[in-house]
Design a protein around this ligand. Structure first.
Ligand SMILES: Nc1ncnc2c1ncn2[C@@H]1O[C@H](COP(=O)(O)OP(=O)(O)O)[C@@H](O)[C@H]1O
Ligand SMILES: [Mg+2]
Length: 439
């Protein structure tokens, strides 16, 4: 299983390669078997002609000269001829294969009838090879034993070269084709990844093969729908926030006429809180609708700016930023600054001070840690504080001035960048905020 590649390109390539290689081996085998047949037929014809030539020389010579003659006849390599009192092939011995049959039939019918042998036997020679025994008119036997080298189509260098060249050509071509075919898939994956970071990323080009163009078009439609959905929601938020302002103003005017001093003060405080909530909502909606463009920016410089601004507001060093190296990320600068500012602002507001540092990246994500020594957040509230307007009870009573939108806004912004923010209570007390961003 370890040899099975992970990518579509790798798998397709491997299957193609194995299939085409097998097809080639089968094709070349058919060719080789064919060639062996041809070679054998040629060998049979040659053997017959040679045998006949020896026979004629011997049979036309006067019998006393024959033993000498047989010594001098020229025969191809692997052939041997002798004059013997007995045939090398037993009566009725099996003829080896179609070649033997052809030989015995051919030898019996060759040449003018007066020169034909009295009897022909073709069979397996005792020491291997094919033996032809032809009986001379005088009763002696002319024995010819032939041995052919086995045809070896596989060991021919041309065969191996052909296999190598064809395999290389097929491998090169299929590698190229498979890479080309799977490129749109990689592009689509890249686009989906970009969409996760930024809904207003430019649409995919809708070209290429039909299926690819269709997939790109479907992807673009989906992206447009998501963007419209987000935009509509932001617009609605802005409208609600805006329209709530007028009645709040009217109510505040009316509250001034309330006789009871205590009731009036409470009403005005509630209205002030409502106004703060509406203002925060509107500010968020306005920023979100501004559709800031994502640009490469130095995260370390941004962290320093956030820390400096918090220190300026406090009038002393409340935030320490520990970050040395530069770290470039692609992000919407104002939005990201707002998200980090909210988190640092919370730490300053609820704990008095905090430390900001770039932590070890994990799983391809940059991590920023914001740690304070404050009261922390009860475990069952750690997720709930991300809900809009949700505040932990004791900060409600304390006048920290927040509307409960800081964390939800930070999370919305960071998730919009393909990252996230999570909270955890530190073992020694205080809150640890972890921000992740795609590297
Ligand atoms: N660093 C922190 N330490 C303790 N509590 C915190 C911290 N950060 C946030 N919180 C709690 O989470 C609540 C929600 O935070 P947030 O959404 O920023 O709203 P706000 O700050 O306006 O109250 C806060 O009211 C506070 O109770
Ligand atoms: Mg806050």
């Amino acid at each position: 299983m370890r040899l099975w590649p992970a990518s579509i390109a790798g798998r397709t390539f491997l299957v193609l390669l194995i299939g085409l290689f097998a097809a080639q081996v089968v094709g070349l085998t058919i060719h080789a078997v064919d060639r062996v047949g041809l070679q054998r037929a040629a060998q049979g014809r040659e053997a017959m002609a040679r045998t006949w030539a020896v026979w004629r020389t011997v049979v036309t010579a006067p019998p006393p000269l024959r033993p000498d003659l047989i010594e001098t006849v020229e025969l191809p390599e692997g052939f041997r001829a002798s004059l013997d009192p007995a045939p090398f092939v037993r009566e009725g011995a099996a003829l080896p294969g179609p070649m033997g049959r052809r030989l015995s039939e051919g030898l019996g019918r060759m040449g003018p009838p007066r020169l034909r042998p009295r009897e022909v036997r073709v069979g397996e020679a005792p020491g291997g090879g094919v033996a032809a025994a032809l009986r001379l008119p005088e009763g002696e036997w002319l024995n010819i034993v032939g041995r052919w080298p086995r045809p070896q189509p596989w060991s021919s260098p041309a065969f191996l070269a052909a296999l190598a060249v064809m395999t290389a050509a097929v491998a090169g071509l299929s590698f190229w084709a498979v890479r080309r075919l799977t490129a749109p898939l990689r592009e689509l994956a890249g686009a989906a990844e970009r969409l996760g970071r930024d809904v207003s990323t430019p649409p995919l080009p809708e070209r290429g093969p039909r299926e690819v163009a269709q997939a790109a078009a479907a992807f673009n439609t989906m992206q447009a729908r998501i963007r419209r959905f987000v935009e509509d929601r932001t617009a609605m938020l802005a409208a609600i926030g805006h329209d709530l302002r007028t009645p709040i103003t009217r109510m505040r005017l009316r509250a001034e006429f309330v006789e009871d001093e205590g009731v009036r003060a409470k009403m005005l405080a509630d209205l002030a809180e409502m106004e703060a909530m509406v203002a925060a909502t509107l500010a968020f909606a306005r920023d979100d609708a501004a559709a800031e463009r994502a640009v490469p920016l130095d995260l370390v410089a941004l962290l320093r700016t956030v820390a400096d601004e918090a220190n300026d507001v406090a009038g002393r060093e409340v935030v320490t930023a520990e970050a040395s190296a530069h770290r470039t990320v692609t992000a919407r600068p104002l939005a990201l600054k707002r998200a980090l500012g909210n988190l640092v602002g919370n730490a300053v507001a609820y704990a008095g001070s905090c430390r900001v540092r770039l932590a070890q990246p994990e799983g391809g994500m940059i991590r920023i840690a914001i740690e304070d020594d404050g009261p922390g957040i009860p475990e069952d509230e750690l997720e709930r504080v991300f809900q809009p307007f949700h505040r932990v009870e004791r900060s409600r009573s304390r006048e920290t001035g927040g509307a409960g939108l800081g964390l939800p806004i930070a999370r919305t912004i960071l998730r919009g960048h393909g990252g996230d923010v999570t909270l955890a209570n530190r073992p020694g007390g205080g809150l640890a905020v972890t921000v992740t961003l795609p590297a």
